[in-house]
Design a protein around this ligand. Structure first.
Ligand code: ADP
Ligand code: UVW
Ligand code: MG
Length: 367
């Protein structure tokens, strides 16, 4: 048997998740089996070398370095499919920094730090945007002048590795999801909802950047574009101040002062309750909108730090979708079971996604 050590790095907006795997092949050249060894989650920080060192210490992987490293890259632009990282790919990803300013610089700093640290390792990237290569033409195009579309201002969509993982996990319980209409709600540091028909993304709420779509804990999501023009033109805000406000001080935090859903759900303060209500209604509306995009819904799938861990929020979202036939089995929902519907309408799933495994599996395409 041949064995290679692989490290998967998932740089999110609030967390850095790492997992180490063995790629075991019975004979040289055979498709390897991806076997997880250890995983860790730490908060992100500005010093990539220091964070990498901390991550490796916790993974107990300092003695033998990885032979393969795969990085999650939020924005791949027109690049599709996982691929090996070289200077030309890095340059293309650098150019996409303005389309994902919270994520892309950090992830590329980690990729560069990892390339310096493990000079001998083969390193690659997989993109959040890749899952959405199949978006419907009316979803991909934004209703803006042609000349702006030509600049690349269109819907790309994000959280693709999260949706792919959720799809893989649900399909392992019910392969029927691969031939049906499914709506995925990924609710974490960033939140987005996706319409998936026969296993392919057709529409999603985030668009050009991970700032669009439904609100997130500290991000505004979609706004009247006139509000931004007003702030620029009449309140004298510059682009930097606007970006900071929309990315870090908006969403739940804009209304309630912070974006921690655990605390908000338990807080009777009217502003906390307004934030939760606005969040739940916008997500429920997005689920209905995504169902409309694909002519109905057979499965609804929740994931992400909030989507998977906050049963009270799932209950509030589903309560608004009874007219679509959705109903929860309350006890299963409260217990955090994977299948949480009452058995009558569409199936409702609650999954602990594994983006790191998606990263690891994606490397098999270019190794
Ligand atoms: N038990 C919980 N209930 C509600 N929210 C939670 C819970 N645990 C974590 N969260 C929230 O989940 C979010 C992080 O989700 P995650 O998907 O891990 O983030 P990232 O986008 O960094 O990958 C944070 O906003 C955190 O407050
Ligand atoms: C795309 C995105 O918003 O990712 P995250 O939720 O990990 O911040
Ligand atoms: Mg995430």
């Amino acid at each position: 048997m041949t064995t290679r050590r692989l490290l998967a790095l998932n740089v999110g907006s609030s967390t850095l998740k790492g997992a180490s795997y063995l790629l075991n092949a019975e004979v040289p050249g055979a498709q390897p089996r991806v076997v997880e060894r250890s995983r860790v989650e730490i908060s992100v920080g500005p010093d990539a070398q220091e964070r990498l060192a901390t991550l490796l210490e916790t993974l107990s992987e300092t003695a033998a370095g990885p032979e393969v490293v795969v990085h999650r890259i939020v924005h791949g632009g027109d690049l599709h499919e996982s691929r090996e990282l070289d200077e030309a790919v890095l340059a293309k990803l650098d150019a996409l920094v303005p389309f994902a300013p919270l994520h892309q610089p950090l992830a590329l700093a980690f990729a560069r730090a990892a390339r310096l640290r493990w000079l001998q390792a083969r390193q690659g990237v997989a993109f959040d945007t890749d899952f959405h290569a199949s978006l419907a033409p009316w979803s991909r195009r934004l209703p803006i002048p042609e000349a702006w579309d030509a600049l690349g201002i269109r819907r790309y969509g994000f959280h693709g590795l999260a949706f792919a993982s959720a799809l893989r996990i649900v399909a392992s319980h019910d392969a029927g999801i691969l031939q049906s209409r499914a709506v995925f709600a990924h609710l974490g540091g960033g939140c987005s909802v996706c319409a998936v028909e026969d296993g392919r993304s057709r529409d999603t709420t985030m668009a050009l950047t991970p700032l669009g779509g439904i609100p997130s804990p500290t991000r505004s999501g979609d706004l009247d574009p006139g509000a931004l023009l007003y702030l620029l033109r009449h309140e004298g805000l510059d682009a930097q101040t606007l970006e900071e406000g929309l990315s870090r001080a908006a969403g739940l935090a804009g209304i309630a002062g912070h974006g921690d859903m655990r605390m908000l759900l338990a807080d009777p303060d009217p502003q906390a309750q307004l934030a939760v209500e606005l969040f739940a209604v916008r997500i429920a509306q997005a689920i209905a909108a995504m169902a409309t995009a694909i002519g109905g819904v057979d499965h609804v799938v929740f994931s992400g730090g909030i989507g998977h861990r906050a049963p009270g929020l799932r209950a509030r979202i589903v309560a608004r979708l009874g007219w679509l036939g959705l109903a929860l089995a309350s006890r299963d929902n409260d217990a955090g079971a994977i299948r949480i519907d009452g058995g009558s309408g569409p199936a409702i799933w609650n999954v602990a996604i594994d983006e790191e495994r998606e990263l690891a599996e994606s490397a098999l395409a270019w190794l």
